[in-house]
Structures are given as C-alpha cells and as structure tokens.
Design a protein around this ligand. Structure first.
Ligand code: ATP
Ligand code: MG
Length: 325
C-alpha cells in the first residue's frame, strides 16, 4: 500500500473551503477538571487569601452565613452563647462571603476574572495561572463578586458559564472586594472551626496580610492580627548556590523579618460538635485548642496556660494568645 503523504493531505484539508470551526469547550467539564487537580481542604479560602494579598489587602474577613435547623428547635435559654453553640451544631451553610480591602478590581482584573487559565506575567504576585478563583466553583454554583462600585455575577446556561456586570453610580458601595459564594449543598454543617482557625493562622504567616477575621453570622469568633518588624537584609552564606542549575531562578537577596501574631477567639472555636454532650471533658491532655496550636508554633517560647477554653461558655471573654515566628 502506498504511503500516505500527510503533508499534502493536510494542505488539501486546510484548503478544502469547508467552514472553519473554532474548538469549543464545555466550561462545566473544564472547571470540574481544574477542580479535580486543585481540590483539598480550604482550597477556596487559600486562593482567595492569596488573591487578596496580591491586591495588597491588609485585612480579610471570612463570614459563614447559616440556615437555622428546620427540625431542631432553638435552645430554651436564648443566651448568645447557647445560640452560637446551637448554630455550630445544627445550622447548615448558606453562604460564604470573603471580603478584602485590597486594590479594587480594575478593567483588566474584570477581564481576567472571566478568562479561565489566563496566566499572570507579574512575577511579584503569588498568582500565576489564572485558575485560583475557579476553585470557588467547588462548593458554589454561581459566584458573585463585587469590588468598589462594580460587580460581576456568574451564571450558567446549561454547561456554559456567563457573566453579567454592573457599575453603580458614584457614591454607592465602598471600596472593599467581596466574593459571595452561595453553597450548592445547603445541607452541610459548619466546618471544624479549630482546623479552620489553624489554617488561617498558618496562612497569615505566609502572606502580606495583617488581619484575618472569621465570622459565623453575627459572631466574630476569631481575629488574628500580625505585626512585623522592619526587614533586615542578611548575607547569603557561601555554601548556598544562589542560582538554579539551568539559571532559571536566582536568589538575589535574603532578608529576615520577625512577625508576631495575636489571636483572639471565642471558646466555641475549640468546640467539637461530634463530641458534644455531657460526657466530654474540655480539660485534659487531648482537648484541642488554638492556644496549644499557637504554643506549638511558637516553639515552646510561650507559657502553656493550664486552663483550656470552655466549649460551653462561648459568651465568655475571648481568649488571647500570641505566636512569634
Ligand atoms: N482586591 C482583590 N481581591 C481579590 N482578587 C483580586 C483583587 N483585585 C484583583 N483581583 C483579581 O482576581 C484575579 C485572581 O484570580 P485567580 O486566582 O483566578 O488568578 P491568579 O491569582 O492570577 O492566578 P492563580 O491561579 O495562580 O491564583 C486576578 O485577575 C486578580 O487581578
Ligand atoms: Mg490567585
């Protein structure tokens, strides 16, 4: 059989005069595939915190809004602490709102937001791939973003994703950026607050943000504040080769900066609904607490307090603790 001349065949195909057709993408399937490579606990928050840091925000606020239980009645004793404990145990998730006070979106940011995988050539930013925002689709069907006086709503028509924009008149809105994520599944309960608190405390050490607040409905259950010393350049030791083998990257400067994180939280953060009930003791070796977590991070520099936060008294004064890195 004569060999096919593929070059000629390709040229013939291209010249065939048939209508050219763009390659199409099933956006939903594409996002699912991006998500499959990107999933993990707290991925969405990690991405939104990174984006806030890239926008030079100093503060990030995370707020879970909940739906009251349809079956379990409110506690008889309607004190703030038992209402909060009831919410953590029995409410389900309605919405997550992540707010930052960074540079509001400019025209280029809005354009990039609706282009999946448009890379960012700016080397000073953490973000590079243009996919981080799409992690919001893991738990949210139709995200809504507002920034300064503008907003963008995402919505689906079958498997295609669309956006609509709004510009508010001068004077309306503030300069914050908000990611409003309505949960696709409104039957899940509030995530582990201890694990979330630990994640936020660790995140704060890595980014330029100074303050992270965590809210559940009207309760500010955790605030983390970072103070940093002015950075000090230190010499690169001789034994360290500052260039990668192919010369792709080079360390040009090493500087040292001391950071201190002050944490203030309600005892509910250490409350574990799966172990609730009279049998659980909050004292003792294994009782989880952010205080212990901070002590561990501080490498034992902090004195370990003897009392462990009491899960049953969430209206008690918030705990304060510090960690130094
Ligand atoms: N104040 C802000 N808060 C959060 N995001 C912002 C803010 N201002 C601008 N943005 C924009 O949000 C988008 C970030 O999206 P995304 O995380 O998907 O991409 P990336 O950060 O460039 O890349 P990567 O996938 O590596 O995170 C960027 O277009 C960024 O410019
Ligand atoms: Mg990003």
């Amino acid at each position: 059989m004569a060999a096919i001349d593929f070059n000629a065949l390709r040229a013939q195909t291209l010249d065939s005069g048939a209508d050219e057709e763009a390659v199409t993408v099933n956006t939903r399937a594409l996002i699912d595939k991006v998500l499959a490579r990107y999933s993990g606990e707290w991925t969405t928050l990690r991405e939104l915190i990174q984006n806030a840091a890239d926008a030079s925000a100093t503060k990030v606020t995370i707020r879970f809004e909940t739906i009251p239980s349809a079956t379990i009645p409110l506690p008889q004793d309607a004190s703030p602490s038992s209402l909060l404990k009831h919410a953590v145990q029995h409410h389900t998730l309605k919405r997550l709102v992540v707010t930052n006070n960074g540079q509001p979106f400019n025209e280029n940011d809005w354009t990039r937001l609706k282009r999946i995988a448009e890379g960012n050539p700016d080397e000073t930013k953490i973000g590079a791939f243009g996919v981080g925002f799409y992690s919001t689709f893991a738990d949210c069907e139709e995200p809504f973003v507002s920034s300064g006086r503008e907003a963008m709503a995402f919505f689906w028509k079958k498997n295609s994703l669309f956006t609509r924009r709004l510009k508010l008149p001068e004077g309306d809105g503030n300069m914050d950026t908000n990611f409003v994520l309505d949960f696709r599944d409104t039957t899940s309960t509030i995530p582990s607050l201890l694990s979330l608190g630990q994640f936020l405390a660790s995140s704060l050490t890595f980014v330029g943000i100074e303050r992270i607040e965590l809210w559940i409905d009207q309760w500010n259950i955790l605030s983390l504040n970072k103070k940093t010393s002015p950075s000090q350049d230190i010499p690169i030791v001789r034994e360290v080769e500052p260039k990668t083998e192919d010369g792709f990257m080079k360390v040009t400067k090493v500087s040292k900066e001391l950071a201190q994180i002050d944490g203030e939280w309600m005892p509910i953060v250490a409350f574990n609904p799966s172990q609730s009930g009279a049998t659980r003791s909050t004292k003792g070796e294994d009782a989880p607490s952010l205080r212990k977590f901070f002590s561990r991070l501080a490498g034992g520099a902090q004195q370990e307090e003897s009392s462990t936060p009491n899960a049953n008294s969430s209206s008690a004064p918030p705990n304060k603790h510090q960690k130094q890195t």
